[in-house]
Ligand binder design. Structure first.
Ligand SMILES: [Zn+2]
Length: 286
């Protein structure tokens, strides 16, 4: 997905907020977080100073709102097909170079456009990509190419399967931690035949928290890695990268306005994404 996943705002934060009421579950969160803290991610955002982030945030705040053009579904589809054709061969090469998917899986990415006023796109299923019509009302060709290459990257870098695995590993880790916490507390639920609902809740909350943390721990790294892939594809396809950059400022302005990202965000914060883009692009700027 190109922008923050909705569940990060609602699902996990609500879950954790409720869970923090219980100190036992707090112990679980801490233990599960530590588990993931030890795991390595394939790609990391570079270190950034606070003043760099503040400068990027200023550019984001000054990014103008955009007037919407009227675009029919037919026009949006024709434009997307044209842009797809300009980047497809470089996307195939970049996908194959990564070696995460088979050569056959690096051939083609079917695209749908949904008629919704949502500025976003997402990757799903088997190489499927979905755009929302709103994108074509406000974004330039280079920006649409960047979004498209970013979604192709999620498939090419096998992020959907990675997320599925991390979610499952997280749920297992959560269950183990929940069981360990219950064992440490030793409230004798089994022997005394008392109401075990609280223990069942702790186990199921631990699994849910573990699953969510498993997914989130890798998500920001995957988003940054997809941006890097998209930059490579656009550059080799002949796009001017500085024409894609305003997209990140525009989206940052639509976002939360925070300078740093928190553990529960699926995407890097606006300034982090802009700085990451600039660092990757700077060697190729005239
Ligand atoms: Zn994404």
């Amino acid at each position: 997905m190109f922008f923050n996943h909705q569940f990060a705002k609602n699902g996990v934060q609500e879950l954790v907020k409720e869970s923090l009421v219980s100190s036992r579950i707090f112990v679980s969160i801490f233990a599960i977080s530590t588990f993931f803290g030890c795991a390595t991610t394939a790609y990391k955002l570079p270190d950034m100073t606070y003043s760099e982030k503040a400068r990027a945030q200023e550019q984001i705040s000054n990014s103008p709102d955009r007037a919407e053009r009227s675009v029919t579904m037919g026009e949006a589809s024709a434009k997307l097909t044209r842009i797809y054709n300009t980047i497809a061969s470089e996307a195939r090469l970049t996908c194959r170079r990564q070696g995460e998917r088979s050569i056959d899986d690096c051939n083609d990415w079917p695209i749908d456009i949904e008629d919704e006023s949502i500025f976003n796109a997402y990757a799903s299923g088997d190489n499927q990509i979905t755009f929302f019509r709103q994108v074509f009302k406000v974004a330039s060709d280079a920006e649409i190419a960047f979004i498209l290459a970013h979604e192709i990257a999620h498939h090419s870098l096998d992020h959907i399967n990675e997320s599925r695995r991390n979610t499952a590993i997280g749920a297992i880790a959560g269950a183990l931690v929940g069981a360990a916490v219950l064992g440490a507390i030793g409230d004798g639920c089994e022997s005394s035949q008392t109401d075990c609902t609280a223990d069942d809740d702790l186990m199921s909350d631990s699994m849910n928290i573990g699953a969510s943390l498993g997914r989130l721990t890798y998500s920001r790294a995957q988003e940054a890695e997809s941006d890097r892939f998209a930059i490579t594809v656009l550059r080799n396809s002949g796009y001017q990268l500085n024409q894609a950059r305003p997209l990140l400022l525009y989206m940052g302005n639509k976002g939360s306005g925070r300078v740093g990202s928190t553990f529960f965000d699926t995407h890097p914060s606006g300034p982090e994404r802009v700085i990451h883009f600039d660092r990757l692009v700077s060697p190729y700027q005239p």
